[in-house]
Design a protein. Sequence first.
Length: 442
Amino acid sequence: MSVVRGDSSEVARVAAHVARSVAGREDEHFGIERSPSSVFAGTVLGCLQAGATFSLLEPGSPVDARFLGVSTVLDVDPAGLPDAPAPVVEGWFTLSSEDSVSVLSGLPGQVIAAVTSALAARATLVLDPPSLAEVTVLFTTGPALRGILDKPLSALRTVFVENNGDLLPHDVEALRRAAPSCRFVATYRTDSHGNPLAVYEVPRDWDTGEAPLRLPLGTLVTDRDVSLPQAVGEAGELRVDSVPTGDLVRRWPDGTLEFAGDPGPLETVAALRDLPDVRDAVLTERYGPDGEPVLVGYVAGPGQAPPRVAGVPVVVVDELPRTAAGDYDLEALPGPEAAVAHVGPRTPLEHELTEILCLLLKTDRIGVFDSFFELGGFSLLATQLASRIRENFGVELSLREIFESPTVDGLAQLIVRRELELTGADELEALLAEIERTDTGR
């Protein structure tokens, strides 16, 4: 861990010197020895600004730097270095001298924003902290944020999260549970100087239940030349300095920008993250045993999950691996053959429902989490299903309820809930006892 307090002017001088020194040396791998100093922070900042490859070295380590691939160890003497302009700190990143600032991201722009804003405020900069319990301001990515929300975050007051279109209301809810008073600030396309293109601070009274599928880009906070769709509500590609970004955006009447690209995959990701006890989820394309590409959903957290969600096979893992840059390490995930196995009926109620669905769909095997509609069901069959449920269980389910809960597991819950509404107190205990009688595999 490195705890840095220092002089921002010295950091600027060292950073400018290092950036000039390492520029154009793409084939070299630099080493920087950790220390709680402005020189250390400036050296890191200069390498980031120049796009140089570097590793942090532990002082006194018995491991030779060459074993880490380091070709040159940077040792900067700040004496006599010419003055350099201090980095401009955006208003969104204005911190307090009482803050403890850390960064969980390998994105250069975020690291630069964390270093410059912390030193400008004379706050404490904590690199690679063993714990986040005392960190008050965090710069991070969506994947890295989701990986820490089960850890102590009581001191956290502001999180700056890079927004590439994958931030969902679920992320805001999870942060509010972990740190109720924390600000959630989404930054978009933070550049090599640590300045974002757009910023969206989630309002304190933001209702995640009524929110759009993903967080907006927010309001432009840059002086760069940005080309946007002219009409309010019109979708178009955002360009910066005449360069296309590949991002489709739409402008609200108040000037707020939102992503306008196809949200299809995110809808499945949101459904995966909404599963009980799931801490995080990701959707990616993998190659199946037959060599054909297949979409696979990976969830971290639960001991069991449905075998498919929105038609996508589900694989349960202990944790989702991440890269040094704070993104998901998709190559480290298991193959689709590790997907959750078929789950058969577990109660008498589920057995009876399974028989009804097998008859209607003309199949011999249905899992309790398999979707009626993904197995070939349609509106007319749904009407027949509602009729069979009425005949067999004496309860009425609407077509809308069947469309919203199209699995044996979901239908069984609806039937039990409806029976509880109709049953008398004398029958309640027996009904609950039946619900609790499950197969040993449940």
